[in-house]
Design a protein around this ligand. Structure first.
Ligand SMILES: [Mg+2]
Ligand SMILES: [Zn+2]
Length: 255
């Protein structure tokens, strides 16, 4: 147990560091006029969105566990995040408390999960990639309900008689946080704008050139001294991206 704790502690300590050699202020990049290269960077940003709590108003996994699983297990395990358990381990244990059929939970989520205003417009304008620590089986039906087509990178879950079983993508551990984090899904995208709200967004947010954050992610970025743009709904993200692009265009014409 001691060995496991010490490994987890190292992982957490590492996660708190900005990627080596990169000044947090320079990475903030939210002010397009702070750099001569801003206009070329901003024009090419790929937009990546977290799903639960970012696109959706409430975390759908939390809603599902609250309705169909054991929220006590959920609360106890959340406290172990990054200490003795990885995020994948916490999510797997939480999902195992659900025994209802997948279709029942899916249909309930389709009825109750709400997406933030501006989602459809944001997808139309920026064709974002959605990267979730949750499950495709619970995300795709919401996209379908919304009439939105978007690329999704997520995990998978199947119902079992003794609880749901989550499966996670195999892959190397992240060199920065020590977990299989969202960085692996965005590594090939180039300059990145990222919007998120929670624990699973921390490491990948540090890799982004522009950050949009709320709730726990915003608090954590404050603690790290890393700049971000707060958002309430997704119209806020659209507006901020539009201002950056307009500033870009203005700088281009003026220059
Ligand atoms: Mg989230
Ligand atoms: Zn990482």
């Amino acid at each position: 147990m001691r060995a496991k704790e010490s490994v987890a502690t190292v992982a957490v300590a590492t996660a708190k560091l900005a990627p080596s050699g990169i000044c947090p202020a320079r990475r903030a990049g939210i002010e397009p006029r702070d750099s001569a290269s801003a206009e070329s960077r901003l024009a090419k940003h790929a937009l990546v969105l977290d799903w639960d709590g970012t696109v959706t108003e409430r975390d759908g996994l939390h809603m599902a566990i609250e309705r169909f699983g054991d929220l006590g297990v959920f609360d106890a395990l959340e406290d172990e995040l990054g200490k003795t358990l990885t995020l994948d381990e916490v999510i797997a244990a939480e999902m195992a408390t659900i025994t209802a059929p997948l279709e029942e939970v899916r249909d309930w989520l389709v009825e109750h999960v709400r997406v933030r205003p501006g989602f459809r417009e944001l997808v139309d304008e920026h064709a974002p990639l959605i990267v979730s620590s949750g499950f495709s089986e619970l995300i795709e039906p919401i996209l379908e309900r919304e009439g939105v087509r978007a690329r999704v990178v997520a995990n998978h879950v199947a119902a079992g008689a003794d609880g749901w079983r989550a499966t996670f993508a195999e892959g190397p551990l992240c060199e920065v946080c020590g977990e299989r984090c969202k960085r692996s899904a965005v590594g090939s995208l180039g300059p990145l704008a990222y919007a998120g709200d929670g624990y699973s967004d921390r490491c990948v947010a540090l890799a982004a050139d522009l950050r949009f954050a709320r709730d726990g992610l915003a608090e954590w970025l404050d603690e790290q001294g890393v700049a971000y743009q707060p958002f309430d709904d997704l119209h806020d993200v659209r507006a901020a991206l539009r201002v950056l692009q307009e500033d870009d265009a203005g700088d281009g014409r003026g220059g």
